[in-house]
Design a binder for this molecule. Sequence first.
Ligand code: TC6
Length: 718
Amino acid sequence: MVDYSVNGSVAVLMVNNPPVNALGHAVRVGLKTGIERGAKDSRVRSIIIIGKGQTFPAGADIREFGKPSKEPWLTAVGNLIKTCSKPVVAAIHGTCLGGGLEIALFSHYRIAVSSARVGFPEVTLGLLPGAGGSQRLSRLTGLPVAMEMISSGRHVPARKAKEYGIIDEIVSGDLLKTALKFAQEVQSRPFKDRCLRYKVVPNADRVEEYASAALTQVKKKYKGFEAPVACVQAVRSSAELSYEEGMKRERDLFLQLGQSGQAKAQQYAFFAERAVTKWQMPGGSYKTAKPLPVRSTAVIGAGTMGSGIAVCLLSAGLPVYLLEQNEKFLQSGVKLIESIMAGSVKLGKVSMETAKRAATLLKPTLSYDDIKDVDLVIEAVFENLDIKKEVFSKLDKICKPSAILCTNTSTIDINRISSATSRPEKVVGTHFFAPAYHMKLLENIYGTKTSPEAVATVMKLGKTINKVPVLVKSCHGFLANRMNAPFSSEAIFLVEEGASPQEVDQVNEDFGMPMGPFKVRDLSGIDISWRINREVAKVLGTSITKETRFLGGNRYCGLNDDFYDKGRYGRKTGKGWYLYEKVGGKTAVADPEAEEIINSYRQSRGIVKRKITPQEIFERQFYSAINEGFRILEEGICNMPEEIDISWIYGFSYPKYRGGPMFYASQIGLQRVYDRICHYHETCPYSIHWVPNRLLKKLAENNVPFTQWANHVSKSKM
Ligand SMILES: CCC/C=C/C(=O)SCCNC(=O)CCNC(=O)[C@H](O)C(C)(C)COP(=O)([O-])OP(=O)([O-])OC[C@H]1O[C@@H](n2cnc3c(N)ncnc32)[C@H](O)[C@@H]1OP(=O)([O-])[O-]
């Protein structure tokens, strides 16, 4: 795992643990042995630590977390480096992260290639640097940078790291050759004072000021997360305590976090995010299917979604034809794209260069002829089957045979859309979440005839445009919206029965959702849900009236319609479930007029308002969604619970520190979840979503551990 060799007077410790040279037990043993050997080796006057392959160690081996830790610990290896009688040089390329940066900071010198990145991403795993990183980094960079770097987990590019004092030299050419030269040069220099623990923390007397600014920021930016706060506290202790006491403080905080449910959930989410890249479908998988090259694209429809999708493609450097049916709509789409880009530059999310390049890559057009040679088209027109079929029939006639035809439908079965073409194997769903340029989930959907090649292409596209792609099988509503349906229906039923929108939102926000369901409705537009309900009714061959209490055999609540009738569409009209400071305002306050609408709705239907507990609000929303999640698994719409959890984290901003609804259910205990679902099935009998799922029942009865749920998923689609 660590190869030892001697080149002239320099020992080279080459870490060889692909893919990311994680500092697992064998690597730690190898480094310890290597340093001891180098120290004793009479030929050797300095030592290099370097990574083989793509990177310097990118951190501790996360797979070892939660298991009994085996000596030597990282701190012990680091102490050996620190006290080595010969200077140690960390030669960095790729990603020097977490434990990797700890090793580099224990070393006496750090050189890096300009493409390298360094950072302490432990916070993203619910932890903090646990081998003294919080004590050493602040001695190099000062408190504000250390607090920001460690609490954000940001990867810092090598040149910036040099500015901060983390890297001594940026080098070019062959890293090992340059490192050998560097290691020879330092042999004649005194190096004991290079040990960071003897340095003083710059401006330590201002620690209170820095810490309080950092805490205010992290509490706002990472609301609900425990680790960022602990990161600031650990760095703070580097200025307030002696080095030894600071190390102990860091250790205590590390152990506290390690035992928290948040760390467990965040580490689960880390692996879940990687697991979903290993997609499978009938006839193909990530291993067997090859993506087609995508060098040019078109987006059909320049509305909010289409323009947002175009921004994603343009930001990744892809040329985009933006196609609309008339000049007015086209120009409004172009304006929207320009304003999103300008906003992103202002927020520092996109560089000025990228924005300028995007402007040259955007080709607005009214003609289908212009898109005949593009590699991939994304349709983002109104959510109506007839309109979508018309678009796909045109695309089928005009686009080159190899083009991949994608639809941004959020609910319609892909098979119904692809039936309008002569090439259903090229048709695939690419469902973006609003706002498309911001939300990271890309729900890719395959129909019965979609080819694995088309799927491979959109899975790769997702990565290219910096999204998290999750593959699901087509059905009405797919994965995310299918689970969201009971979740948001229950929110309205709860208000119908007696809760206030504020109470429902509060429960959701206390749990960690960034916005409650009524604030979300006001944001997305009450008129939109009104229209969707009419579309659903149309598909079911019925219509919605004031008397409608059931739709498609399911309970229906007309409260949304009453708000619509009063012209209260949400933020866009300055009032909806809440009152806003102005049209398009963002500050939601409770509104007596809204309360009046709710009260008269209840009265007109003879509903006697009852007190509803926060626990019931929580269970009715989340457990109904979980029940649907098991149905989705049972039907084989997705392959594993990880796909559901990642969809919620990146599609609905579900708090990552809770892992996702399915992971959360496993933590509560499936039997309890099942029992409560049975309870609501009895007490809320008119909603199909409360019919207890058989797979859930089976897993609960047999006490099947979370890691084995996927083995019980329907294999019918494989
Ligand atoms: C007391 C000391 C405390 C120290 C704490 C720490 O250091 S905490 C750690 C601090 N460090 C971090 O948090 C860094 C975490 N890692 C990353 O951020 C990224 O992996 C990357 C930027 C290094 C490379 O991105 P990329 O897109 O090129 O690649 P990719 O992301 O697709 O990963 C490829 C494969 O490697 C696997 N794997 C990766 N890292 C680890 C690991 N540490 N361990 C184990 N496995 C790991 C990953 O699961 C995947 O496996 P699969 O699915 O193929 O079987």
